[in-house]
Design a protein around this ligand. Structure first.
Ligand SMILES: [Zn+2]
Length: 179
């Protein structure tokens, strides 16, 4: 995985791309949940599901299909007054789909571990992007307090942090958000 910090930073920038009228605490809680939930699959490792299995790490929960499922379900949870099929519902559906999918995209930019099963459950092939500048993150917090951990955070700062900040500046300067 990229680190949780990186996933949250990207999701935050995506949330900021929507109009501030949507920014309730529920909205932010579900934004954070969607960008982190794919890594719940590490629990599978504890139950003996191998990494390379479709249900293993970077498998089904990192797929486009899983992101679509969350995209369809989460809008009503994040904004209970939303009605199915309305423009706002579809805006939220697209948003939560992309926030969830951003997780797998970031992981596919990392230089270690297995690839991402983007097309699970139909195809279990693991994919990376051809360009993988982000150092893969260790699993667990204590691993960050080390030279290796610092190297990972530095690479994320450069390849994820700087683009996120630039994007937030663009939003601020142009004042344009999706409504
Ligand atoms: Zn992941």
């Amino acid at each position: 995985m990229a680190s949780a910090f990186a996933h949250v930073a990207v999701a935050f920038a995506m949330g900021k791309s929507l109009s501030s009228q949507f920014h309730t605490s529920r909205f932010w809680w579900f934004t954070m949940a969607c960008c982190l939930l794919p890594d719940a699959d590490v629990l599978g490792l504890m139950f003996g599901i191998p990494y390379e299995h479709m249900l293993g790490h970077r498998g089904l929960t990192h797929s486009i299909a899983f992101a679509m499922l969350l995209g369809l379900v989460v809008p009503r949870l994040a904004a209970p007054t939303i009605r199915y099929g309305t423009r706002r519902y579809w805006l939220f559906a697209m948003y939560f789909f992309l926030v969830t999918l951003s997780h797998g995209f970031l992981d596919a930019l990392t230089d270690g571990g297995f690839g991402i099963a983007f097309f699970a459950p139909f195809d279990s092939t693991r994919y990376f992007f051809p360009w993988r500048p982000v150092s893969v993150s260790p699993i667990g917090i204590s691993a960050f307090v080390s030279y290796e951990g610092m190297r990972v955070l530095l690479s994320e700062l450069v390849w994820i942090g700087i683009p996120v900040v630039l994007w937030l500046i663009v939003l601020k300067v142009t004042g344009r958000t999706a409504k």
